[in-house]
Design a protein around this ligand. Structure first.
Ligand code: 2HA
Ligand code: ZN
Length: 269
């Protein structure tokens, strides 16, 4: 549909999503159909796109989201692989529009590719971000980074703040780039609203949440920044593992060294 493909700002954003999908695959965080991405693209929507007919039926949510009425999202498709999203965003994902009461959605472009089964949880997070967090938060990114999932198998890293403190202490940049740390959600069945609601609770204080024995979720204003935040914490996890392998539990940066970053980089305490 030329209404979509001739919209340069929208296609630029779609290209950024494809770019990140490619990184997720290259990093080894996206086996088979692992992970999913949704981006609120309402700011790019023109009258022409608003006039597009639905390509699907109207599919109701269990809970309406009035604050997202008429909003548009790009969302990766159910069962679709990140390595193929990178090649063709519209064979492996679609643009959906929430109805004028926010109670349902329909697919509007480019093809009737059914969204990830995680759609209700992504939409619940977008709804929370819009009304209770920061309306500039447009992105939900979920992926399966090996080292972080490995750490999540150990109870000690699931205690409040231990994962964040351990990773922050590996390299100063990690505290600077992820200043609000990492929330932890204990094991929940993938795709459930229990997992979504526990995640939303953690998003009150954090931009990034680790799901025990499953993966990571990051929210933010920008898909590239969300990827970079996860990448930075994964780098710290790799340094931690390298340090353990070369000489046991590392000292890490001291509390003093970590606190010394607060003032120069204007970080939350
Ligand atoms: O979409 O990663 O958690 C595949 C998943 C579900
Ligand atoms: Zn997953």
């Amino acid at each position: 549909m030329k209404q979509i493909t001739s919209n340069a700002p929208l296609m630029k954003e779609i290209d950024r999503i494809r770019e990140v999908a490619g990184y997720l695959w290259e990093k080894g965080w996206a086996e088979r159909n692992g992970g999913n991405i949704s981006v609120n693209i309402t700011e790019f929507i023109t009258d022409e796109i608003m006039a597009l007919p639905a390509l699907s039926g109207t599919i109701a949510f269990d809970t309406p989201h009035k604050n997202l009425a008429g909003h548009y999202f790009y969302i990766t498709g159910t069962g679709k692989r990140m390595r193929y999203v990178a090649q063709d965003a519209f064979e492996n994902g679609s643009i959906i529009r929430l109805t004028s009461d926010g109670a349902a959605y329909e697919i509007v472009a480019e093809k009737p590719i059914a969204p990830t089964s995680e759609l209700p949880s992504h939409i619940a997070m977008h709804s929370y971000m819009r009304s209770n967090r920061n309306p500039n938060n447009k992105v939900v990114l979920h992926t399966h980074p090996t080292e972080i999932i490995g750490m999540s198998h150990h109870k000690k890293f699931l205690q409040p703040n231990v994962m964040a403190r351990t990773l922050w202490a590996m390299i100063p940049e990690s505290r600077i780039i992820v200043p609000r740390g990492i929330g932890i959600v204990g094991y929940e069945i993938p795709g459930t609203m229990d997992l979504a609601n526990a995640t939303i609770k953690q998003l009150e204080k954090h931009d990034m949440v680790v799901w025990e024995k499953h993966g990571i979720l990051c929210v933010g204003d920008d898909i590239i920044e969300a990827f970079d935040a996860i990448d930075t914490m994964v780098k710290s996890a790799q340094i931690y593992i390298a340090a353990v392998q070369t000489g046991g539990e590392p000292e890490g940066m001291t509390d003093e060294q970590l606190d010394g970053l607060i003032e120069p980089f204007n970080l939350p305490e």
